[in-house]
Design a protein. Structure first.
Length: 345
């Protein structure tokens, strides 16, 4: 694995990050701890979580993943060996502060609660999980819909959050800040306000990126390159669709589609494209899952690819991609397939 700078900071993270969102729902604490141990043993130093986790978020599950990680730190005394990222929900989840959006006051409350659950004095990277004004990164939308966003005081809200985040950085409770499910416009507003007011600068953006969903390739990629706001890619397997386990109507017991009783990424276009990526991998003698992860790691804007699993067997399968380097011929064939299926989800 490569080590990459987190934005313009001196922190270096492994270019594979351990995702945690199933710990406390689909996975037990013991299973989560086993995954941490496996990731540690192969050299991963980066772990991502959120106050919303485990998914699907609920009064029973939200916060549980952070507790599981905190218990690991308490038992293993290795907090300083990890670069730890967490997030505050952007708003709308009734079990998180009654659905109140992220703002300065809610950030203070959320950070203190996360620190308690994580049993740590600091969080290395603290992120806004989705935009307080609303996000169109969910449910497969590719169209900006202003009527679905609360934008009446969006710049005041961003300034309020940055001021509070700056105070928390000064106190040492968080080290750096990032965003998730954001847009080019949103990131640039954060950067503009931070520069003008002397607030902390964004170091990362955590958005979905995979062979089937490549919004990031255009304006976001250009912004990322020039502003050093690297991508932390979630769902590099399109929520499991690129594994092939949902092909032809299959719903494996315990899978995300089975557990959450819904899976918006799956449709006639995405399944057709995923099957073609499987065929492409097989033509080149590659494992489709590992090809998908390896592709993400080739992208010039990628800081780290977040991987997750519900079993050690799945985790080992995905982690094997760290040794795979895609040939120019494979990458050319991927480009040609993407040209045929530019937006299947």
């Amino acid at each position: 694995m490569e080590l990459k700078h987190l934005g313009r900071t001196d922190l270096k993270v492994t270019d594979i990050c351990l995702g945690t969102m199933t710990w406390g729902s689909q996975n037990t604490e013991a299973e989560g701890h086993a995954q941490i141990a496996r990731a540690r043993d192969i050299g991963i130093n980066f772990m991502d979580t959120a106050e919303l986790y485990a998914v699907p978020g609920s009064p029973q599950t939200s916060g549980r993943t952070e507790e599981i990680i905190g218990n690991w730190f308490q038992n293993n005394k290795d907090r300083d060996s990890w670069i730890l990222a967490s997030k505050i929900g952007g708003g709308g989840s009734p079990h998180l502060r009654n659905g109140h959006r992220a703002d300065g006051a809610s950030i203070l409350e959320a950070v203190e609660a996360s620190l308690r659950r994580l049993k740590t004095d600091y969080i290395d990277l603290y992120q806004i999980h989705w935009a307080s004004r609303g996000s169109y990164n969910f449910e497969g939308s590719w169209t900006y819909q202003p009527h679905r966003q609360d934008s009446s005081d969006v710049l005041d809200n961003l300034t309020d959050m940055l001021e509070t985040l700056g105070a928390l950085v000064a106190q040492g409770k968080i080290r750096h800040i990032g965003v998730s499910n954001e847009t080019t416009w949103g990131v640039l507003q954060y950067l503009r306000i931070a520069e003008a007011m002397g607030y902390p600068r964004l170091v990362s953006i955590q958005n979905e990126y995979n062979l089937l969903r490549r919004h990031f390739d255009l304006d976001l990629a250009e912004m990322s390159h020039h502003e050093d706001v690297g991508l932390l890619a979630y769902s590099p397997l399109a929520g499991g669709l690129l594994t092939g386990k949902y092909f032809d109507g299959a719903v494996p017991a315990g899978s995300r589609k089975d557990y959450q009783k819904g899976f918006w990424r799956l449709n006639e276009h995405s399944e057709r494209a995923a099957k073609e990526y499987h065929a492409l991998a097989h033509r080149h003698g590659l494992d489709p899952v590992q090809m998908a992860i390896a592709f993400c790691r080739t992208r010039p804007f990628m800081t780290s690819t977040i991987i997750g699993a519900t079993s050690l067997e799945q985790l080992d399968h995905v982690l094997a991609a760290r040794e795979l380097v895609l040939s120019a011929e494979v990458l050319s064939d991927i480009d040609a397939l993407h040209r045929r299926h530019p937006r299947p989800i």
